[in-house]
Design a protein around this ligand. Structure first.
Ligand code: OSB
Ligand code: MG
Length: 368
């Protein structure tokens, strides 16, 4: 695949509701779309960096800078047979996985389109109907939380994940569990606790949660291992896992028993597959995390979710849950808690060009 041109585009997209977590609130998304033009194909991907460095250090602006000033100059006018080759060329970029992932994922999309096959086939996936759950942000009241959790179960979602933080945990989870005794229930702290909070977190063992996601620091594995040894509930690692090595180390020391796999956080599909394979070798399930993506990123997540070790419902709920109007033509809607992987070629989604143009804040064409 000969890379002729790379385009960066920032699109403004407003979530239907403010999404609140322990690290902040997001509503007005500044979504960075990356297009890779190669062999007459356009591959498109979404960079999952946020507007502020709350979940990770990367932001829309740092990703733009790294892609424009360091990544694109290395790739333009060059040919790569595989995404692995492209990644090798970018090994000089330390970190900035979300920026690198965006160009890597756009490359995969272009390649799958050139071959005329859906992305999941290139990735080696097998599942076609993807079980999905919802991630429920921090609400103003417990009553409202219970109501929203009940609604999502009535809509067929297969798992409910509740965002927690100190002061918004045991009582709230108890109320949801009371209302929904059989639902697959999980919590996500986004690093809001410390190891000294272990007694508090141990109280969550009473609710039969499938896992507690990233309770401790974003850069920690050691304390998570200490905490895991004190909990009956499995810990699921999210923020702490940036690479296959992180996954190996985390699972080897017992820092968790489940991994939330986000393709952007681990540098793209190639590395995501390696994380998947490592988790599988440890007998640890993975599931596909979400980053409040538009249909572009949501579709990529669904393709990745076709791999065998995606054994738990992902955060790839219906596009219409987040957006009044998504930027892709295809509806990505869950039915009975299942999303169907878009049919190919590539990611299987097409941009609504006029809408994207209207929502574009900045656009840059990079040529060799
Ligand atoms: O921790 O999984 C997370 C959203 C933004 C940043 C981090 C997280 C999330 C979510 C929402 O939980 C997942 C989604 O539905 O896209
Ligand atoms: Mg998380």
């Amino acid at each position: 695949m000969h890379i002729e041109r790379i385009e960066l585009r920032e699109v403004a997209l407003r979530l239907k509701f403010p999404f609140r977590t322990s690290f902040g609130v997001e509503q007005d998304r500044r979504i960075l779309l990356v297009s890779v033009f190669a062999d007459g194909q356009e591959g498109v991907a979404e960079c999952v960096a946020g507007e502020f460095p709350g979940y990770a250090y990367e932001t829309t602006d740092t990703a733009w800078h790294v892609l424009k000033d360091f990544v694109a100059p290395k790739l333009l006018g060059r040919s790569f047979a595989t995404a692995a080759e492209l990644l090798h060329e970018l090994r000089f970029v330390r970190g900035h996985n979300m920026a690198v992932a965006a160009v890597e994922m756009a490359f995969w999309d272009a390649q799958a389109r050139a071959l005329g096959v859906p992305l999941w086939q290139l990735l080696g996936g097998r599942l076609r109907d993807i079980p999905v759950g919802i991630s429920l942000g921090i609400q103003d009241s417990i009553e409202r939380t219970v109501e929203l959790a009940e609604q999502s179960v009535a809509q067929g979602y297969r798992r409910v994940k509740l965002k927690i933080e100190p002061g918004w945990d045991v009582q709230m989870v108890a109320a949801v569990r009371d209302a929904l005794p059989d639902v697959d229930l999980t919590v996500d702290a986004n690093s809001a606790y410390r190891l000294t909070d272990a007694p508090r977190l141990r109280e969550l063992d009473a609710f039969g949660l499938a896992y507690i996601e990233q309770p401790l620091a974003h850069d920690d594995l050691i304390d998570h291992a200490a905490l895991q040894s004190q909990l009956a509930t499995a810990i699921c690692l999210d923020e702490s896992i940036h690479s296959p090595d992180d996954a190996r180390k985390g699972l080897a020391i017992g820092a968790g028993r489940v991994i939330n796999l986000k393709v952007g956080r681990v540098r793209g599909h190639h590395e995501a597959r390696r994380v998947h394979d490592i988790a599988q070798s440890f007998g640890a399930p993975v599931w596909c995390g979400g980053m409040l993506e538009s249909g572009v990123g949501r579709a990529a997540n669904l393709h990745l979710s076709t791999l065998d070790d995606f054994l738990m419902p992902g955060d790839t709920s219906s596009s219409s849950r987040y957006w009044d109007e998504d930027i892709v033509e295809e509806a990505l809607e869950a039915k009975d808690g299942l999303q169907t992987v878009p049919a190919g070629p590539g990611s299987g989604v097409t941009l609504k060009r006029d809408l994207v143009e209207r929502l574009t804040n900045r656009h840059e064409v990079l040529k060799g």
